[in-house]
Design a protein around this ligand. Structure first.
Ligand code: NDP
Ligand code: 2IT
Length: 445
């Protein structure tokens, strides 16, 4: 790392003690900026780097709620409004017991550069809570969402900050939160949240967008080598929103996804995943991956080891941060994997990224590869603002165009800074320069 960025990194570590995921995300971006600052030293002036690593605003609040048995629980809510140079803060809400300030900060920081790559005029933010929706009734989830939104509603708005889903937050939760926002404000601000239901301001393709986008990104990377996904065996982790629609698009493009996972284990289905059954188990029944295996002859559930032990041509990590470490990366490489496209945020550890890059395979980092979700959120905001609704084909064509543009921007930036084919450098450099140019134009704010 260059001296000038090293100093900024050390300040981040000192100021945000113990927030290891945030340190990791900042380190990865700053490391990429060496060649950018060497070529354009003005990006290190005016404390620009110091400003970009410090959130504009950090909100933390109490979320009390009552369970079905009448017991009172207290969770912690977060919204990190990281950077508004390019537009209103934009980014999802995560409900998972592991959520803490460092995790939300890492996600908010990534979101700045991801959103810049989409070129849709959106700033970066993230939020959530350490609430665990697993095993909670609809009524409990509703009461939690209402309490969470009672505080969050003071801070958001269609031109201010526009949350959406992430782990543990999907259409059901967005619905409960939108209902409470509307009631508190007495205002039908459709554009205050994205990922809404289709009958009340949601966009077609938003549900599919992140998974579809990650597969389209893999396809674009393969096309630089004159190859495609056709006939490739795909290893997918996760069994939520991103994983399900990554599997769907991979199948549409002629590939064969053979795995998925949740926190209870992973499933190998050598015949190819039965997508309708997976959707029934996960989206309709909110069940576990074991429920799939019970109804699918030939599929097996593995509860020890890792999904990355399964050999395949393409890996799509779609579960959570740091789910793929250096050992897993080397196992994947030995199994013949030549493409990794990150559907999740920061799923590969630094050791895994290093192994992939050393091996020279196609590696698409999350902030580029999974940007289709937030990009389609911006399309939802555009439709809300125009009080209009596009059909599926129109929205999907726009998503496809945006993913191609993101891919091409990464390729161009990697070439410009002397590391052709390095999508990590490409994504960080292209995202950073777009935000940095506008921060400079806006003065010291
Ligand atoms: P979901 O809640 O729909 O699904 C998450 C899946 O990952 C579940 O199968 C879950 O299993 C599994 N998972 C979560 N945490 C762990 C863990 N610690 N160990 C093992 N498995 C785990 O979330 P999404 O699909 O929306 O999100 C997945 C990833 O994609 C996240 O990194 C998210 O930040 C990222 N992302 C999401 C976008 C979106 O539009 N939704 C956009 C861009 C990125 P279990 O149910 O057992 O916990
Ligand atoms: O990580 C992400 O990009 C998301 N969870 C989606 C954010 C959004 O605002 O759609």
């Amino acid at each position: 790392m260059q001296d000038v960025v090293e100093k900024v990194y050390e300040q981040v570590v000192a100021r945000n003690r113990g927030e290891v995921e945030f340190h990791q995300a900042v380190h990865e971006v700053l490391e990429s900026l060496g060649p950018v600052i060497a070529k354009h030293p003005h990006y290190a002036e005016g404390a620009l780097l110091e400003r970009i690593v410090e959130p504009e605003r950090q909100i933390m609040f109490r979320v009390p709620w009552v369970d079905d048995a009448g017991q009172v629980h207290v969770n912690r809510g977060f919204r990190i409004e990281f950077n508004s140079a390019l537009g209103p803060y934009k980014g999802g809400l995560r409900f998972h017991p592991s959520v803490n300030a460092g995790i939300i900060k890492f996600l908010g920081f990534e979101q700045i550069f991801k959103n810049a790559l989409t070129a849709q005029g959106i700033g970066g933010g993230k939020g959530g809570s350490d609430f665990d929706p697993h095993g909670r009734s609809d009524a409990e989830v509703m009461r939690f969402c209402q309490s969470f939104m009672t505080e969050l509603s003071r801070h958001i708005g269609p031109s201010t900050d526009v949350p959406a889903g992430d782990i543990g937050v999907g259409g059901r939760e967005v619905g409960y939160m939108f209902g409470q926002y509307k009631r508190l404000r007495n205002s039908y601000d459709a554009g205050v949240l994205t990922g809404k239901g289709l009958a009340w301001g949601g966009s077609l393709v938003r549900t599919e967008a992140t998974g579809y986008g990650a597969v389209l990104f893999a396809q674009s990377m393969l096309s630089t080598k004159g190859e495609s996904l056709e006939g490739k065996k795909v290893i997918v982790s996760g069994a939520g929103n991103v994983a399900i629609y990554a599997i769907e698009k991979a199948q549409q493009l002629g590939a064969t996804p053979i795995t998925f996972s949740d926190s209870s284990g992973y499933v190998v289905d050598e015949a190819g995943v039965d997508l309708e059954l997976l959707k029934q188990v996960k989206e309709v029944e909110r069940g576990r991956v074991a429920d799939y295996v019970e109804r699918r002859p030939g599929a097996r559930l593995v509860t020890d080891g890792s999904v990355w032990d399964v050999p395949g041509d393409v890996a799509l990590p779609c579960a959570t941060q740091n789910e793929l470490d250096g050992d897993a990366a080397n196992t994947l490489l030995r199994g013949g994997c030549g493409v990794v496209s990150e559907g999740a945020n920061m799923p590969s550890t630094p050791e895994a990224v290093e192994a992939f890059q050393k091996a020279g395979i196609l590696f698409g980092p999350g902030k580029a590869a999974n940007a289709g979700g937030v990009a389609t959120s911006a399309l939802e905001m555009e439709q809300n603002a125009g009080r209009t609704r596009w059909d599926f084909a129109t929205a999907e064509a726009k998503l496809t165009g945006i993913m191609t543009d993101i891919h091409d921007s990464c390729v161009a930036a990697a070439e410009e800074y002397g590391r052709p084919g390095d999508y990590v450098l490409g994504a960080n450099a292209a995202g950073f320069t777009r935000v940095a140019d506008v921060m400079i134009a806006h003065g010291i704010v």
